[in-house]
Design a protein around this ligand. Sequence first.
Ligand code: BTN
Length: 246
Amino acid sequence: FGKEVLHFQRVGSTNQVALELARKGYPEGTLVVAEEQTAGRGRWRRPWLAPPGKALLFSLVLRPSLVPYRVPEVTLVTGASVARAIHEHTGLRVGIKWPNDLLYEGKKLCGILVEMEAAAEQVNYLVLGIGINVNQERDDFPPELQDTATSLRMILGEKVLRLPLLQRLLEILEDDYQEYCRDGFAPSRERWLGYQVTLGRRVRISVGGKEFSGEAAGVAEDGSLLLRLPGGDLISCNSGEVVLCR
Ligand code: BTN
């Protein structure tokens, strides 16, 4: 990954740029990095905000041979790769909230947004977008996020170099992705389970406008969250926004 690199001072969204490059035929592993995004996007059409030069903001083009319904697996693979890279680079043990929010002591450290272009049966290309809060300080976050977001610098009390973190992360992502393509989801699922902080917790999840509460009981073989409802029924959620309850 990262043989072809496009580095921008300022861009709308690295995911948007990477999607356009993928459409033009840029190869797997093409990396788009930005110091600043003016239209950074998160899941559920939320904006993703970061001051210039402080976060790691990048997107990767992937061309897996995959049916579209397996794409959520790739997002879990990615979460586990990022958790490992952060651990190696900083010694911090971050937790993954299903499907792929990286948290430290309950506060969000990193978000992952996977977007794709697919025909009915086949993914044409995927873009993995990753935003890691590296050197932000508390005041760099908008007031409404100051109690729920954190950065590596806020946790460690010192600045963290972004480039070596990115380089190690790209190596880990490439290894994990190749293993996923070769051996399927099972090995990544095991790694993901080692980082997750969702299972066994009471959670609320909103799926397509509906809210469910229950216990996060497990993660299925395809990465779906299994939720045990108060009546005992088990439902499977393949996407959704989870809130961990106390
Ligand atoms: C989320 O948690 O909602 C996902 C956030 C993903 C943000 C990253 S930053 C780099 C890439 N470009 C974007 O516009 N979004 C992703």
